[in-house]
Write a protein that binds this ligand. Structure first.
Ligand SMILES: [Cu+2]
Length: 399
């Protein structure tokens, strides 16, 4: 599902766009089109001017590429149930998927479940495959709701791209005439710093990090996924009162401890979903095991995200735009703390440039971007067949 799209399309050098030496366009605009026949919303943004980047330079160089938040309004009364992204050039031809490092969607009208921060509605990385929820599920959105998205690009094609266009296709289910179970994004991090970096240092040997939290309303988790950087071993959800492990997501590591992926778990959509109680203490715990003997500055991240079905949607915490943390979150939105962590991580490990890390272990770099704090959908685009073995352990019997 998260298989890498390693197809590298060859772009002919010297396309009309590339030879244009005039000052390139730098004010991308956004266009939203609704295709009611196919229940699709097509959001096109651009043009973006993407100078060629040195593949061996530090990832922080990416901060120089356009990454403003582009706002648009949700144009239908209905549920979001999937999305996909392609990048095209001025001629409409598809660009290599890894030109787009990530694209994050934000809902400025709704708060996150755990944190006083705006909702991260969806996320896309170069390695993401199109996401589709079962038709009976969807993220509820109201017509006119204020959304936005921001992108980070990484042009390693070897030549400048004067005008790139993002094309986001969102699948929706109209509210009218459809019975849809509302699922909401769930995100909890061992070190979430709103408006700051969520990365932390990886000390030699084993280390644990945790964060205790409560939910403002009760509901059920139908599926979760985890995110860890290299040397992470697992991230788990605990009942903080009893210490019981509710779900453990193990990292898939190679012999050197490089993380190639983190487990995900679908509890189920009905009575088998994991019930979480309002105002009850829970804990997210992550373990790292760093064999290098060195501290890796800002090398780690750990979070769980997933899909949450509230018992009573009307109890969802209100977004308080006067809350200093919410203000800070919005003000710092395009800042990608994750990549800063990755950048210093590759710097710390010296010889591992992005490209060499990529070829040595195709998913290692991408694990960083594959499940960011945003959408339930990353983890929902497949439903395990009955009797299939989950790739994570559940510590307690089903309720
Ligand atoms: Cu990360």
């Amino acid at each position: 599902m998260f298989s890498l799209l390693l197809t590298v399309a060859t772009i002919a050098a010297g396309t009309p766009a590339a030879v244009n030496t005039a000052k390139p366009p730098s004010n991308p605009h956004i266009e939203v089109r609704v295709d009611t026949a196919h229940s699709q919303i097509i959001v096109t943004a651009g043009p973006f001017n993407l100078p060629a980047m040195d593949p061996y330079m530090d990832m922080s160089e990416m901060d120089k590429t356009p990454n403003e938040v582009m706002r648009f309004d949700w144009p239908v009364q209905g549920y979001m149930r999937g999305f996909s992204v392609v990048v095209r050039d001025a001629a409409g031809d598809t660009l290599p998927p890894d030109v787009l490092h990530h694209l994050i969607g934000v809902n400025f009208d709704r708060r996150q479940l755990v944190y006083p921060a705006v909702e991260r509605l969806f996320g896309w990385g170069a390695e993401t495959s199109p996401v589709v929820l079962p038709s009976s599920l969807g993220v509820p959105l109201h017509m006119g709701e204020h959304l936005g998205m921001y992108a980070m690009f990484h042009n390693e094609t070897g030549h400048d791209i004067a005008a790139a266009y993002l094309q986001l296709t969102i699948l929706y289910t109209p509210s009218k005439g459809n019975h849809v179970l509302a699922v909401m994004p769930f995100y909890v991090d061992v070190n979430n710093v709103i408006g700051g970096v969520t990365t932390f240092d990886v000390t030699p040997g084993k280390s644990m990090h945790s964060y205790e939290f409560e939910l403002p309303l009760s509901g059920k988790l139908v599926g979760i996924g985890g995110h860890l950087h290299d040397y992470g071993t697992m991230v788990e959800l605990q009942d903080a009162t009893t210490g019981k492990v509710l779900a453990r997501l193990k990292a898939n590591r190679d012999d050197n401890g490089h993380v190639e992926g983190v487990g995900r778990f679908i509890f189920g959509f009905n009575s088998d979903a994991l019930a979480l109680e309002a105002h009850h203490p829970y804990r997210v715990v992550a373990e790292y095991d760093n064999p290098t003997g060195d501290t890796i500055k800002d090398g780690a991240m750990a979070h769980i995200n997933g899909a949450f079905v509230p018992d009573d949607m009307s109890q969802w915490p209100k977004l308080d735009l006067n809350d200093p943390l919410v203000k800070k979150d919005i003000a710092t939105l395009p800042i990608m703390s994750d990549m800063k962590g990755s950048g210093s991580q590759s710097a710390a490990s010296g010889s591992r440039s992005r490209r060499s890390a990529k070829s040595a272990s195709p998913q290692a770099g991408n694990a960083k971007m594959s499940d960011m704090p945003m959408s339930p959908m990353d983890h929902m685009n497949h439903v395990p067949s009955p009797g299939s073995k989950p790739d994570s352990l559940r510590g307690t019997p089903r309720p």
